[in-house]
Design a protein around this ligand. Structure first.
Ligand code: SAM
Length: 268
């Protein structure tokens, strides 16, 4: 009887281990990641481990060998970009893991040198490092993000910093940017691309005269300058940089692996 039970266990365990070792399909990879995000608990305050670390640990704990775990993580990173709803699943989980840099964007600090504070909007604010920086330097700061977990972290951090910020849960696609509303719009690694023609006209309408856009993100390929200046007409481009991978090494990780575009533009 004991031998039968032991043999049974051996068969089941071998089966499980084959299942974990075998290359998972895209559907399995995404389903497995979604399950992981549902079970993920927020990191205690002050602690933070990136998503990669926490997800690889979870896969290894299930018996997935390291190379297959890395492959699944990398594939998940591609699959999540398929829809905005998947991105939301990813970012909610990311902010439970502590996600991303906590110091403000250097470009923002440089761009605002000697600029009089006014009303600022932080698009895709994440945990609010830039919104909080703005509030603490006298700006009336509003930020929005599609990740409710990010906004919770942001409000907690703002309370710790002793500043007030306004946070709204919204997607770029449905956020009302308004008209003549803002003195500053910040897009820091916020999943808008500088070459995407749909956003500059929205910013132009939403900004007050003389208002600034501070935009920085990593980009997959080589930016097209003619495309960029065409998109941003109506703005005076104060600063535009196309930086090699690794030049920006104190910000979000993709900037270490991909080129980064940094742009400061003023509504004429
Ligand atoms: C790399 S983080 C950057 C966060 C923050 N701007 C910063 O620099 O720390 C990307 C953020 O964009 C948000 N995001 C991505 N796609 C979005 C969308 N379509 N609408 C609103 N927020 C979005 C994510 O939830 C995430 O918080």
């Amino acid at each position: 009887m004991q031998i039968q039970a032991w043999l049974g266990c051996l068969v089941i365990c071998a089966g499980l281990s084959v299942a974990q070792t075998a290359p998972a399909t895209d559907e399995q990879i995404w389903a497995e990641f979604e399950t992981f995000t549902k079970e993920l608990t927020p990191q205690p305050p002050g602690e933070s481990a990136g998503m990669r670390v926490r997800y690889l640990e979870a896969l290894k704990a299930k018996g997935v060998p390291e190379p297959e775990a890395v492959r699944r993580f990398e594939r998940m990173n591609v699959l999540r970009r398929a829809t905005v709803d998947r991105e939301k699943v990813y970012w909610d989980a990311s902010f439970k893991s502590g996600g991303g840099p906590s110091t403000p964007l250097r470009l923002l600090q440089e761009a605002l040198y000697k600029v009089k504070p006014g009303r600022a909007l932080d698009a895709g604010m994440g945990r609010g490092r830039n919104t909080i920086y703005l509030a603490s330097t006298g700006w009336e700061a509003t930020g929005y993000d599609m990740s409710a977990d990010a906004l919770k972290v942001a409000q907690g951090e703002a309370a710790k910093a002793g500043v007030k910020i306004r946070t709204l849960e919204a997607k770029h696609e449905n956020f009302d940017f308004g008209e003549n509303q803002w003195d500053l719009i910040v897009c820091a690694y916020c999943y808008m691309q500088p070459e995407d023609a749909q956003w500059p006209p929205v910013f132009l309408k939403a900004l007050k005269k003389g208002g600034l856009v501070v935009f920085q993100t990593s980009v997959g390929g080589q930016p097209s300058w003619s495309g960029l200046s065409e998109n941003w007409k109506g703005f005076h481009i104060l600063r535009m940089e196309d930086l090699d991978a690794g030049v920006v090494d104190n910000d979000w990780v993709p900037s270490r692996r991909f080129r980064t575009v940094a742009l400061v533009a003023r509504k004429e």
